[in-house]
Design a protein around this ligand. Structure first.
Ligand SMILES: CC(C)(COP(=O)(O)OP(=O)(O)OC[C@H]1O[C@@H](n2cnc3c(N)ncnc32)[C@H](O)[C@@H]1OP(=O)(O)O)[C@@H](O)C(=O)NCCC(=O)NCCS
Length: 179
């Protein structure tokens, strides 16, 4: 068995005032269940070269990813309550480029996933989607947002730190060997 280190990161939203801009050709909308097919394709592409791909069994096939997402939309997956009204997608020139899934656990919002399709990266879309979501969480009355990220995922950690997230703790997750 191999252990992978993950960080829990959190941000106090009370002081959050970051300005953000969505690039001209892009729009942010609430996620809808009709997005599931496109989201499943994007999930697999976004994670296939990462350690997270091994940690998340639902990513192993298009069908398992689709059924995972359908379960999430139906409120059957995850430790908290899936917040469809606070889960968003970013489209550029009408093409899906990224998404963020939000859950609520107690009074804290949890980002279960933030992903940008590989061909849309490094254009500020991850930042725009995160900033839009943080503003929306705050406007909905939440004061704290938390997430878990793999410790070797420097790109994502860098992005979260840019918005003021801090590492609260690290914890190991067991990676099951595949036969
Ligand atoms: C993490 C991710 C969402 C970033 O999306 P993105 O649209 O490329 O991000 P942005 O263009 O807005 O960049 C935001 C910041 O992230 C960091 N960043 C982005 N790409 C980076 C790279 N290749 N190397 C180092 N830092 C990087 C930088 O701090 C950057 O800020 P800067 O442009 O001011 O330097 C994207 O890489 C992704 O989907 N990764 C796979 C899924 C994933 O790991 N999600 C996180 C799960 S917890």
């Amino acid at each position: 068995m191999t252990n992978i280190m993950r960080y829990r990161m959190s941000l106090d939203l009370t002081g959050f005032r970051e300005k953000f801009e969505v690039p001209d050709t892009c729009e942010i909308h609430q996620l809808e269940s009709k997005d599931i097919d496109a989201l499943a394709r994007m999930e697999i592409e976004a994670y296939q070269d990462t350690l997270d791909f091994l940690l998340r069994p639902e990513l192993q096939s298009f069908d398992s990813c689709k059924s995972f997402l359908a379960g999430m939309f139906a409120g059957k997956i995850g430790r908290g309550r899936f917040l469809k009204n606070l889960s968003f997608k970013i489209l550029c020139n009408s093409t899906l480029c990224g998404a963020i899934y939000t859950f609520e656990n107690g009074k804290i919002v949890h980002i279960a996933d933030l992903l940008i399709a590989p061909y849309c990266r490094r254009r500020g879309l991850g930042s725009a989607l995160l900033a839009y979501s943080l503003h929306s969480y705050k406007a909905a009355g939440y004061r704290q947002v938390a997430l878990a990220v793999t410790a070797t995922n420097r790109t994502a950690i860098q992005l979260y730190k840019k918005f003021g997230f801090e590492i609260e703790k690290s914890f190991p997750v067991q990676l099951k060997e595949r036969r």
